[in-house]
Design a protein around this ligand. Structure first.
Ligand SMILES: Nc1ncnc2c1ncn2[C@@H]1O[C@H](COP(=O)(O)OP(=O)(O)OP(=O)(O)O)[C@@H](O)[C@H]1O
Length: 241
């Protein structure tokens, strides 16, 4: 479970971009974050994934007081909360399988990234996850030859194989055609339902949030102004974002 209490973020020498944000998230929830450009959506995700420092607030993850942890404790949390960028950073010349096994910069020690060494159980675990995401035919294809949707799903597989319990995804379907976007969001939804993963995704465009999320958090000017569960946004609520 995630518990965010009074998260504020001030850019040093700059503006306050998040102001006293509080919410909790339970295993299996798919949470969408909506808000106008500049409202703080990406910053909120980065703070959740410890990619940005919190200025103030309390962050509990499975009962652990995250901000009070030392370097090793924070690295453990970083492995469990995977941050997915809009355009996932993959090793272009490596295959889907190698990308999944090697992991991302925050999830894997540097020597494993550079040597690309695989153990047999790494291989089996990675192939299982790749199969679950319907990507078996891409396992041996170089990342640079994959479509945007395939790259997103390889990044999701990579996060899961490295122990992610939370996926913080920044506009995971931006730039994808509707069919591919459905595939990516359908995969994320299934991970919530079947494996109890928490997904927190910025989904500003279109009605994706309403179709896939159990809950919509609305940001306006760095403040949490909406927390809607199990229904669509009203026209008035849409106007607030
Ligand atoms: N490093 C930084 N230095 C100064 N201001 C920043 C920095 N990072 C973010 N901001 C500001 O913080 C605010 C929130 O940025 P953020 O990227 O979270 O917005 P967003 O809601 O994700 O926007 P968009 O939908 O356009 O991606 C913006 O006003 C942005 O200019």
């Amino acid at each position: 479970m995630i518990n965010v209490i009074n998260l504020s973020k001030v850019i040093p020498g700059g503006p306050k971009v998040l102001n006293q944000i509080s919410f909790e998230a339970y295993p299996g929830q798919f949470i969408a974050i909506k808000g106008a450009s500049g409202s703080g959506k990406s910053m909120l995700l980065k703070c959740l994934a410890l990619q940005e420092k919190w200025t103030s607030g309390t962050y509990r993850f499975d009962g652990v007081d995250v901000l009070k942890q030392g370097f090793t404790g924070k690295m453990k949390v970083k492995r469990e909360i995977a941050y997915l960028e809009e355009k996932p950073q993959l090793f272009q010349t490596k295959t889907g399988l190698k990308n999944v096994i090697i992991g991302s910069v925050t999830q894997t020690p540097a020597w494993r990234r550079w040597t690309g060494m695989m153990r047999n159980d790494d291989y089996m675990g990675a192939m299982d996850t790749i199969e679950k995401l319907g990507l078996l035919d891409k396992a041996h294809q170089q990342a640079q030859k994959m479509s945007g949707g395939e790259r997103q799903r390889i990044a999701i597989a990579r996060a899961l194989v490295h122990g992610a319990k939370v996926i913080a995804a920044d506009e995971p379907v931006a730039g994808l055609d509707p069919h591919t976007a459905d595939r990516v969001l359908g995969d994320l939804k299934r991970l919530c339902q079947e494996q109890g993963v928490i997904v927190v995704a910025v989904m500003h465009q279109g009605d994706w949030a309403e179709r896939y999320a159990d809950r919509i958090l609305g940001l306006n000017n760095g403040e949490l102004v909406l927390d809607i569960r199990g229904r669509r946004l009203t026209e008035r609520e849409k106007m607030m974002l």
